[in-house]
Design a binder for this molecule. Structure first.
Ligand code: MGD
Ligand code: MGD
Ligand code: SF4
Ligand code: MO
Length: 746
């Protein structure tokens, strides 16, 4: 038997297949998994450095309790008992709105979310904050309005597309798709295909593109409006698609008629004939769009996503072969929570609704500092590091110090953990059963349940188990028949029937079902996450029908159990479902009338604001005349996941890039130190002069400035990002457009 063990990378959302060798319980060798049907032998240097994520000096081994300025080790029993008592007391005294859960949205470990959210809901709070609301909730809002559910999102059919437009995405570095580099090269080199990049900077992706449009930063909405107006004006939109599959076209037409395309493109700094040429190419071919943080964290975030949705639909690309398609999934990444729904809580101080079930981290400091009696007082953090990842580190620090209870579930002693009242050690991605529900491939959907490849040191637990124990201590787990504890292995079908009987007889306990499953099947299987996978499959298989059959699974009553056994006993990716390509739109859309709703009335005023004269004015800022791109992806960052600076191999990876002309004007050269100031703070950073940034723009990577054993490598860019600089509808940070000023350090 090979001593290579199959797993996946957990440093970014594409989760490439890896094979690792271990010695003395450490990962000593890593190679890309050639048999992984998604990544097919591709992995980047970060994945190959995964041993630095698994083993480092700050890994947590035991539950810790804050005592004075330090921590003392305590037992799980004490930790669970004390935290449960404090939670109960706070909720009883101040009401449920005082409690928030921040987590469940990491790059590779999604099985905690079911129990984390159930624990929150068991205590009657809805305040689930998540990294998804760092970037994607404006986009999800638009998807919900257009396609009927916020979790329905379209992604390019990359294998079949003729033109791929990467808009505000530096996929060469960030890998926003499977096998990003080979795929970018394939599209760029194939004479029948085109790779288009729309990005102010000459990024590594842009340098490889067949067409690169470089709009002035922050003018994407103007450019999108101009493209839509051109397409309508020239009547090159897909008339049949619009007639058959959409509503709201008349309203859209009204909004874009008489739009001054020339004036708009002058503000964007683009040649009208180049943009016109591109719109004609797009209209004549199977084109698809992959947008990322340049749009999502751009100056007009939600409106960018809205206009992009309109553009893609006018081109008739949605659901089409080679267009933007709905992918298969086992569970959606979140829940549909319409913003106007009366059940949808608003945040107490800032008034933001949940989108996709989650609230934006940007507002959390204000929610804690609020004077209102219902303010946040207790936060349960897992799999995120707000003190480095989220905007405005100083605001978070002040707010977290004011909390009555901060509990962090972590694999490492992070900056957030260091401020917490309790720190609970989680097993790492390589020590437990876990997986992600991200989905990028089409028409196949593969799922990889990682199995432990290393033994956990100390006494960490799976998060789902930690949350179950807390729920138990809080009395949130209903009584269940003791026979449920006896099942497992071959008797899965009987277990399934017993669970169904239990739910039928105790409908009020349905919400607490994940805890019952982890406490029963989870115990038998030795993993809470694995038992939750069984429950997910049981539910999924009830309605998946034809998708499952196309993947070769027979639709017997036992299909979920069979699939579960296959996943449990077969390392690597398992084919779960195959989408039917001819009816992708019809099979997936969930609006009442089965049509795409092009018009979102709630955004009318905002869309009207996007006009050349108002935008020209809005782009000027006398106090902060430069634009900071706060959080670039490079080969040497992976969110805040790589704490030991040695993993970069000694490369000085954290510097601020700026355009040659700006550097000359400010008297700066590579290697010199500059001072950057924003509304939030100022800091010093080493400069790297380059031709790639747009003039007037400075770029700092994220994921640096982590305190590693008393030393911080590079700077923490979130010192500079004001929490209030956020999308008006979704609250997502506008990290790609942070007004700043820069000077040479005197
Ligand atoms: N190496 C590495 N890869 C990662 C991560 C990592 O930390 N490191 N993180 C992962 C995560 S969580 C995510 S969300 C993805 C993000 O992946 P990307 O969004 O691809 O990452 P960015 O580096 O932010 O690239 C955004 C691009 O937007 C451009 N941009 C800036 N301003 C504007 C603008 O006004 N308009 C337009 N059109 N473009 C603009 C920037 O020049 C940049 O090229 O990366 C993932 N991959
Ligand atoms: N300025 C700026 N800030 C940004 C961005 C930006 O572009 N600019 N990008 C944002 C984006 S898109 C994202 S997605 C966020 C990501 O930011 P976060 O949501 O904070 O996520 P990560 O940095 O991936 O991981 C956070 C923590 O999870 C811990 N962890 C790892 N594995 C496990 C595990 O198995 N269990 C538990 N319980 N914990 C674990 C890690 O030790 C780490 O401390 O960063 C955001 N922050
Ligand atoms: S960081 Fe992303 S692209 Fe690189 S190996 Fe890991 S999953 Fe693959
Ligand atoms: Mo992200």
């Amino acid at each position: 038997m090979s001593d290579w063990k199959k797993t996946t990378c957990v440093l970014c959302a594409v989760n490439c297949g890896l094979e690792v060798k271990t010695e003395a319980n450490r990962i000593v060798d890593v190679r890309p998994d050639k048999e992984c049907p998604r990544s097919q032998g591709y992995a980047c240097r970060k994945g190959l450095s995964i041993a630095y994520f698994q083993d480092h000096a700050q890994r947590l081994k035991h539950p810790l309790k804050r005592v004075g300025d330090g921590f003392e080790e305590i037992s799980w029993e004490q930790a669970t008992r004390e935290i449960a008592a404090k939670l109960k007391d706070l909720v009883n005294t101040h009401g449920s709105r005082c409690l928030a859960y921040m987590g469940g949205g990491g790059q590779g470990c999604h099985f905690e979310a079911a129990c984390g959210v159930r624990l929150l809901r068991g205590l009657r709070s809805r305040y689930h904050y998540s990294a998804l609301a760092q970037e994607l909730t404006g986009f999800f809002y638009v998807q919900g309005e257009a396609y009927g559910r916020q979790y329905l999102h379209v992604f390019p059919d990359i294998e079949r597309t003729d033109i791929l437009v990467l808009w505000g995405s530096n996929a060469w570095r960030s890998h926003g798709m499977h096998r990003a580099r080979p795929e970018i090269m394939r599209l760029a080199k194939d004479p029948n295909k085109l790779l288009v990049v729309i990005d102010p900077c000459k990024t590594d992706t842009a340098l490889r593109a067949n067409i690169h449009l470089a709009p002035r930063p922050g003018t994407d909405a103007l450019l999108l409006k101009a493209m839509i107006a051109m397409i309508l004006d020239a009547r090159i939109y897909d008339e049949e698609y619009v007639r058959e599959h959409t509503t709201g076209f008349a309203e859209i037409l009204n909004q874009f008629l008489n739009f001054d395309v020339s004036a708009a493109l002058a503000v964007c700094g683009l040649e009208e004939k180049e943009v016109r040429h591109l719109t004609h190419l797009l209209a004549g071919n199977a084109c698809s769009f992959r947008s990322d943080l340049g749009l999502l964290m751009g100056r007009t975030s939600t409106v960018n996503s809205y206009l992009e949705m309109i553009l893609i639909n006018l081109l008739g690309s949605v659901g089409r072969r080679g267009g933007n398609v709905f992918l298969g999934h086992l569970v959606p990444l979140g829940s549909h929570t319409p913003v106007e729904d009366s059940e949808n809580w608003r945040t107490v101080e800032t008034g933001y609704p949940a989108i996709m079930g989650v609230y934006p981290p940007n507002v959390m400091p204000e929610e804690i500092m609020s004077d209102k009696p219902e303010r946040l007082r207790a936060v349960l953090v897992s799999g995120s590091n707000p003190l480095r990842s989220y905007a405005d580190t100083l605001a978070f620090e002040r707010a977290f110090k004011k909390l009555d209870l901060l509990v962090t579930v972590e694999v490492s002693m992070t900056e957030t953990a260091a401020l917490s009242h309790y720190v609970l050690p989680a097993k790492s991605a390589y020590e437990k059963w876990d997986g992600s529900f991200f989905s990028w491939k089409y028409p196949e959907y593969y799922f990889h349940m990682r199995r432990p490849v290393c033994e956990a040191l100390g006494e960490p637990k799976e998060e789902a188990e930690i949350f179950t124990d807390l729920a138990d201590a809080l009395g949130l787990v209903p009584d269940y028949p003791s026979e449920l504890e006896a099942y497992g292995g071959e008797e899965l079908s009987e277990y399934g029937m017993a669970i169904m009987d239990f739910v039928r007889d105790h409908p009020a306990s349905a919400g607490a079902l994940p805890f019952v499953v982890t406490k029963t099947l989870g115990k038998t299987l030795g993993s809470a996450a694995l038992s939750l996978l069984w429950a997910i499959l049981a539910r999924y298989c009830q309605s998946a029908g034809a998708q499952l059959e196309r993947a070769g699974h027979s639709l017997s009553p036992n299909v979920a159990n069979d699939l579960f056994e296959t996943i449990r006993t077969t390392p690597g990716d398992i084919l779960i479902s195959v989408q039917e390509m001819e009816n992708n739109l019809r099979d997936n859309i969930k609006t009442d009338d089965g049509k795409v709703h092009l018009h979102i009335a709630a955004l009318d005023d905002w869309v009207a604001e996007i006009n050349p004269s108002d935008e020209r004015r809005a782009l000027e800022n006398k106090d902060y005349p430069m634009i900071l791109v706060a959080g670039e992806r490079t080969d040497f960052n992976a969110n805040s996941l790589m704490r030991n600076p040695e993993w970069t191999g000694g490369v000085r990876a954290c510097a601020m890039r700026m355009h040659r002309a700006d550097a000359a004007r400010l008297g700066l050269e590579s290697g010199m130190t500059a001072v950057v100031e924003t509304e939030a703070a100022s800091l010093e950073i080493v400069v790297e002069v380059s031709d790639s940034p747009y003039p007037g723009m400075v770029i700092i990577p994220h994921g640096f400035g982590l305190d590693y054993c008393g030393h911080a490598d590079g700077v923490n860019v979130n010192m500079l990002t004001p929490a209030g600089h956020r999308d008006r509808l979704a609250g997502t940070p506008l990290h790609r457009y942070v007004p700043c000023r820069v000077r040479r350090k005197s």
